[in-house]
Ligand binder design. Structure first.
Ligand code: IMP
Length: 483
């Protein structure tokens, strides 16, 4: 691959020559040589969301993670809902990295996360109940921010105050916890391993401030702090032994030649800076944050795979230019089972937005794309893709604007492609896809500016195909086969 071009079986809409010119790896993405001449990052890989979250990252991480020694969550908290399937069972993971289903993978929760201790213990208990061996396999950074019941109460109170402008948060206390982190008054992971009297002193002091804010700023009911404290004590005993620094452990994995998979939560369009602010989550969803969160240099991160649905969804408020408020949108929701893993809320559905996707590829440095839920488009007589936007005054907009009041007014400019008659559901070989589906993939990759290397045609692990034959694709094929 080094110095070469990606070549895929491009559809008729995007002739290979055009695409070859438009897209070349900026630098060899797989093997970056250190000054000492060793291969630094050929084994690590990053999986991030390329849209508004819920792209199916859980399936992709689960699919690949058997080939990694470590899987790391580095942003967000239990606002995420990563669904993985194992045998006939379905796991909804919110905090524990999706690699936990594979024996032998160590799972890390890094410092940039906000961790609800009770949520984490609840998830661990569920995994144990399902027969997953978790002992010694979960490591929590002493620097991760803890979410307390008072953060959840503040989240609800703030949202209530915003009325019609509410962000539509998951209600998990994510924003208030990150706010405390930035305000330098948060409790951090090490508190779980501290002695109980220090923990009580620090937790009570913070929660008393929260209660004061709940009453004075929002006129809301204070939280019963003795109940909250008892709950914290209940889980601290379980979590204290898991607390350890993440960065040194990841460096050890790499020094031993072991691969690390970084599992991003949410998506680029929900990123605190680059998403549809203020309708975003409170953490960075970009790959660079993984280095800061884990306390490792950026050279230890690998190529970035951006996961994108074959259409688009978002949950909560905020701009969504291709949203469909009609039977087509309803059809996508029903066929795609578009209901939140974390909150159960119906997701807003729409056509693939190639402007937003290209923006995501650029700002996040996405090297390759995994397209999920292609089968949900089975039966659509035609498929639309937004390739530009217009404002009500007719002016053209060709990238995602910083100002959400502008983004709310964008009218998508669509190109229409033919649908396919034969189902793609469960197809595992590119050659077995209908020609129109292959063309659709070729069209999308030309529009977003990154090759599509993985296509998911159903929720199960085996309903997946790897596309292309570069070095990255060969490795992905091995990982999927080894799954
Ligand atoms: P918060 O992260 O709970 O503060 O929610 C902020 C916004 O991000 C809301 O629109 C949520 O619906 C959205 N959000 C947060 N986490 C996820 C996720 O994992 N998938 C999809 N949307 C999310």
């Amino acid at each position: 691959m080094a110095g070469g071009f990606y070549t895929a079986d491009l559809g008729s809409v995007a002739p290979a020559g055009v695409f070859r010119e438009a897209f070349a790896w900026p630098s060899p993405p797989i093997a970056i040589r250190s000054r000492a001449g060793g291969r630094m990052s050929q084994d690590s890989l990053m999986i991030i969301g390329g849209q508004w979250g819920d792209e199916g990252k859980g399936k992709v991480v689960d699919l690949l993670s058997g080939g990694f020694a470590a899987v790391v969550r580095y942003n967000g908290g239990n606002n995420a809902g990563h669904t993985v399937r194992f045998a006939d069972r379905r796991f909804a993971l919110h905090l524990v990295p999706s690699g936990i289903i594979h024996p032998g993978v160590t799972c890390y929760l890094a410092s940039g996360m906000v961790v609800d201790p009770s949520g984490l213990v609840g998830e661990m208990d569920k995994l144990v109940g399902e027969g997953v061996e978790i002992d010694g396999r979960i490591v929590l950074s002493p620097r991760a921010t803890l979410i307390l019941p008072t953060h959840r109460a503040l989240d609800a109170a703030r949202e209530g105050m915003r009325g019609a402008d509410r962000i539509g948060t998951t209600g998990r206390g994510i924003g208030p916890a990150y706010q405390d982190r930035a305000q330098r008054r948060a409790l951090r992971g090490h508190v779980l391993a501290d002695d109980p009297s220090t923990r009580r002193r620090d937790a009570m002091a913070l929660m008393e401030q929260h209660n004061h804010e709940l009453e004075a700023l929002f006129g809301a009911e204070p939280v019963d702090l003795e109940v909250a404290m008892a709950e914290l004590e209940r889980v601290a005993g379980r979590l204290g032994p898991l607390v350890a620094e993440v960065g040194p452990a990841l460096r050890r994995h790499r020094a031993d030649g072991e691969a690390v998979l970084f599992e991003g939560a949410q998506g680029v369009m929900l990123d605190l800076a680059w998403g549809t602010y203020p309708y975003v989550t409170s953490s960075s969803c970009l790959p660079g944050f993984a280095a800061a969160s884990c306390g490792i240099g950026p050279r230890l991160l690998g190529p970035v795979i951006g996961v994108m649905k074959a259409y688009a969804t978002r949950v909560g408020g905020g701009p969504f230019p291709t949203e469909l408020d009609d039977a087509t949108g309803e059809g996508l929701r029903e066929r795609g089972a578009e209901y939140g893993t974390t909150t159960g809320r119906p997701r807003r559905c729409g056509w693939f937005d190639a402007v937003a996707a290209r923006f995501a590829v650029e700002v996040a440095g996405i090297d390759a794309v995994a397209v999920t839920k292609l089968d949900v488009l089975d039966g659509c007589p035609e498929i639309r893709v937004a390739t530009a936007y217009r404002l009500p005054d007719g002016s053209a907009v060709d990238t995602f604007p910083a100002d959400s009041t502008v983004a709310e007014r964008l009218e998508p400019v669509y190109e229409t492609l033919p649908g396919w008659r034969r189902p793609t559901e469960g197809v595992t070989r590119i050659a077995d896809l209908p020609a129109e589906a292959r063309d659709y993939l070729g069209y999308l990759e030309a529009k977003v500016g990154a090759p599509i290397v993985i296509v998911s045609t159903g929720p199960r692990r085996e309903e997946t195909l790897v596309r292309g034959d570069g070095e990255l694709e060969r490795r992905l094929r091995e990982l999927v086969a080894g799954g």
